[in-house]
Design a protein around this ligand. Structure first.
Ligand code: PRP
Ligand code: URA
Length: 209
C-alpha cells in the first residue's frame, strides 16, 4: 500500500486555519489554496529522481543536481483543482497540465464526467492529480481510473483536506497511489461534506455561493 502523508508543516497548518474560517473571503481563500498547494508541492516532489551535472560558476566548476527521469504533469480535477495549479507551475514551469472535469451529483454524490483533455504523452509522465477536497473519494478514484486507462502508472494524489472515508476508498481502488494531504479530518456528514472541512471548495474559490 502506498503511503499517506499528512503534512504537518507549521506554514501549511497556519494557512489551513485561515482557509477553513467561514469569514475568509473569496480573494484570500483563492490565494491561500494556491499558497498551500505550493508548499504541498515542495513535499510531494521530494522523491523525484535527480542526476549530477557540472555547472561552470564564474570562479569554478560546481557539481549540481537537476531533475532526471520522467517529466511531470499536473492534473487538476475541475473546478476546484484549478486553484492549486498556478503555484505548482511556478515551481515546475515546464510541467504540462491536463484537465479532468467531474462534478458530484447532489443526490447520489457520485462523480459525473464532463471534460477530459490530457497531454498526448501522459503515460510517460509523473502525474500529480490535484483537488482541494477528498470526501467520498469518488472523484479522485474516477480521475485516477481515466489516467490508468490511458496507460499512466506513476500517480501522486494531492488534496488539501481529506477524511478517513475518502482515504480508505482511494487506497482500496488504487493501492499504488501515494496521497499527500494537509489535513486528515474527522468524518463525512450525511451530505458527504467533510467535517470540520471548509465547506464547498469550488464555491469558495470561485465565489459562486
Ligand atoms: C468537490 C471537490 C472534489 C469533490 C470531492 O468538487 O473539489 O472534486 O467534490 O468529493 P468526493 O471525494 O466525494 O468525490 P464538486 O463535485 O463540488 O465540483 P466543483 O469543483 O465543480 O464545485
Ligand atoms: N466537496 C467539497 O467542496 N467539500 C466537501 O466537504 C466535500 C466535497
Amino acid at each position: 500500500m502506498a503511503e499517506v502523508h499528512v503534512l504537518d508543516h507549521p506554514l501549511i497548518q497556519h494557512k489551513l486555519a485561515i482557509l477553513r474560517d467561514k469569514n475568509t473571503g473569496v480573494k484570500e481563500f483563492r490565494a491561500l489554496v494556491g499558497e498551500i498547494a505550493g508548499l504541498m508541492c515542495y513535499e510531494a516532489t521530494r522523491n523525484l529522481p535527480t542526476e549530477e551535472i557540472e555547472v561552470e560558476t564564474p570562479v569554478a566548476v560546481a557539481k549540481c543536481r537537476t531533475l532526471a527521469g520522467k517529466k511531470q504533469a499536473i492534473i487538476p480535477i475541475l473546478r476546484a483543482g484549478l486553484g492549486m495549479v498556478d503555484t505548482m507551475l511556478a515551481l515546475m514551469p515546464s510541467t504540462k497540465v491536463g484537465h479532468i472535469g467531474l462534478y458530484r451529483d447532489p443526490e447520489t454524490h457520485q462523480p459525473v464526467e464532463y471534460y477530459c483533455k490530457l497531454p498526448e504523452d501522459i503515460d510517460q509522465r509523473q502525474i500529480f492529480v490535484v483537488d482541494p477536497m477528498l470526501a467520498t473519494g469518488g472523484s479522485a478514484i474516477a480521475a485516477i481510473d481515466f489516467l490508468k486507462a490511458r496507460g499512466c502508472k506513476n500517480i501522486i494524489m494531492m488534496n488539501i483536506i481529506g477524511c478517513p472515508e475518502g482515504v480508505k476508498a482511494v487506497q482500496e481502488a488504487h493501492p499504488d497511489v501515494e496521497l499527500y494531504l494537509a489535513a486528515l479530518d474527522d468524518h463525512l456528514n450525511e451530505h458527504a461534506y467533510i467535517i470540520p472541512g471548509l465547506g464547498d471548495a469550488g464555491d469558495r474559490i470561485f465565489g459562486t455561493k
